[in-house]
Write a protein that binds this ligand. Structure first.
Ligand SMILES: Cc1cc2nc3c(=O)[nH]c(=O)nc-3n(C[C@H](O)[C@H](O)[C@H](O)COP(=O)(O)OP(=O)(O)OC[C@H]3O[C@@H](n4cnc5c(N)ncnc54)[C@H](O)[C@@H]3O)c2cc1C
Length: 486
């Protein structure tokens, strides 16, 4: 192994693996160091007994969004996995006391003129439907400059005109928690508009890879692209610290040895990078305070079910309690809500290669408070959520081969994070636009990528996008980094 690199990337989450592909394509001698054996961080794959289960769940716009953009930028579009798109999936939602079935799929319901039936099942009036269609049309054509004006407007205020229908309100409030891990009264309307605009422009194309690798197909494709461009990848090796000399990052320490580099890009999370890996003493105290006070998305409580037979045809489903606000407030305050916001994703219904023949894989997630690992008893939470999943998916309990339960402490440990947050630094009104932490650190030659610094949509997408912004920064030597300053 070379002992001097142009660029060292710490971590192989979507942000880190994208950064390795992009930087190596600029002919930087690049080394990526990942502490786990598996590539992908929160988008890694868990494999056991012939079952392949995701650490996280579905992706955003797949080949059309920033994930595809990275592979196109580095000339490796051929590495793009195939995708299945959500318009073709059967989806079931429980909104308060109503059950809504998009069956056999949204596309089929549209084509056969049956969307009216769905609207009626949640008492939606024609006028409300028209107002929504107008809003969707307006968002689809919004420019980035127009959207920026909404970055510091909360979603609740923005959507107040569309909240007459109680079930639509429940959906939007739950959607905000599901996508951002933040409630509508904190989440940025700008971020929601970006998601809807992009998804609308791609004709609703939210999707999932179909090459037998689950969501890990994305970071793995980035890693393959990085290798094509000559990058070296070290897995199962933890960076102990970032070496800072005379105010500059000059390399990293691994197994007690220094590996030198011109620059270090960390995907290890902004707080662990500043306080643990680099050391708070190298930064101004006001910067350390800002980073230490960052607000995070809610934490993730995750269940990966390996089942001996298929128990549901639905690919995607979620349950959102009628009083989402109370449920969220209870959850974030560390009180178990009467009903949790729970999402399931039956990945093997899309890609049978993820389970042995006749079997099924289902991942479920819910949220919890953001607390320091080891300070909270998650067991009653895991028990309650598991019971709720059993009510949503009858038969799941009787058919378990195994269920891997990951509470936020596991998620934090696996990904080297301070907290077991599901998404990253919250995309809330007080942390968007100019208030978002920058990819460029105050220490010379030290940079950040990942969902803590990224913005511009759903979690994995924002992580990947942060690497594209950094690539632009290096390629064009921009004097500012897209207006994102700390
Ligand atoms: C249960 C769950 C469900 C989710 N569902 C979705 C979803 O449906 N859609 C969606 O878009 N997003 C989802 N997310 C969120 C999404 O997975 C994350 O926001 C995104 O993957 C974060 O990527 P990242 O680049 O910030 O880095 P991470 O994925 O956090 O990766 C960081 C990497 O750095 C490595 N690392 C850390 N410290 C060191 C060190 N010292 N040395 C070497 N390596 C180190 C870690 O091991 C890790 O591999 C979900 C997350 C969870 C947990």
């Amino acid at each position: 192994m070379n002992k001097h690199y142009d660029t060292i990337v710490i971590g192989s989450g979507c942000g880190g693996s994208a950064a390795a592909a992009l930087m190596s394509s600029l002919r930087h001698r690049t080394l990526l160091i990942e502490k786990n054996k598996a590539i992908g961080g929160r988008a890694a794959l868990y494999e056991k007994d012939g079952f392949k289960l995701d650490h996280g769940h579905i992706l955003a716009r797949c080949d059309k969004g920033p994930h595809g953009e990275v592979l196109r930028l580095v000339g490796c579009a051929d590495l793009m996995p195939g995708f299945s798109y959500s318009q073709n999936w059967p989806i079931r939602a429980w909104l308060g006391d109503r059950q809504i079935d998009l069956y056999p799929s949204l596309r089929r319901l549209f084509l056969t003129g049956k969307m009216g039936r769905v609207g009626r099942s949640i008492d939606m009036k024609a006028g409300e439907f028209i107002a929504l269609a107008r809003m969707a049309a307006r968002q689809t054509f919004m420019s980035e400059r127009e959207i920026e004006k909404f970055d510091q407007v909360d979603l609740k205020t923005f959507l107040s005109r569309y909240r007459h229908n109680p079930y639509f309100r429940v959906f939007l409030e739950g959607f905000s928690v599901g996508i951002f891990g933040s409630p509508v009264w904190e989440a940025s309307a700008g971020e929601m508009i970006r998601i809807f605009r992009n998804v609308n422009r791609d004709l609703g194309a939210v999707g999932y890879p179909t090459n037998g690798e689950g969501v890990s197909a994305i970071p793995k494709a980035f890693i393959k692209a990085a290798r094509r461009h000559g990058a070296e990848i070290m897995t199962g090796a933890e960076v102990q610290s970032i070496v800072i000399e005379n105010g500059r990052a000059t390399g990293v320490m691994v197994n007690g040895e220094k590996i030198a580099a011109e620059r270090v890009i960390s995907n290890a999370g902004i707080m662990p990078t500043v306080t643990r890996l680099a050391g708070a003493g190298h930064f101004e105290s006001s910067y350390v305070r800002t980073i230490s006070n960052l607000k995070y998305s809610c934490s993730g409580l995750s269940f990966k079910f390996a089942l001996k037979k298929k128990i549901t045809d639905y690919v995607w489903g979620f349950e959102i309690p009628f009083d989402v606000q109370k449920s969220y407030n209870d959850m974030i305050a560390g009180r178990r809500p009467d009903k949790f916001i729970v999402m399931f994703f039956a990945s093997s219904n899309i890609d049978p290669g993820l389970a042995p023949e006749g079997c099924q894989t289902i991942s479920c997630i819910s949220g919890g408070p953001v607390v320091e690992p080891g300070t909270f008893d998650w067991s009653p939470w895991m028990r309650d959520i598991r019971s709720q999943i059993e009510r949503m998916l009858p038969g799941i309990n009787e058919n378990i081969v195994f269920c891997k339960e990951d509470n936020p402490d596991h998620i934090a440990a696996f990904n080297g994070r301070f907290y077991g947050d599901a998404v990253g630094a919250a995309q809330t009104i007080d942390q968007m636009g100019d208030l978002r932490p920058s990819m460029v650190s105050p220490i010379k030659n030290l940079y950040h990528v990942g969902a803590d610094v990224g913005w511009g949509g759903m979690a994995t997408e924002s992580a990947t996008l942060s690497a594209i912004y950094l690539y632009d920064h290096f390629r064009r030597r921009l004097s500012n980094d897209h207006g994102c300053v700390l």
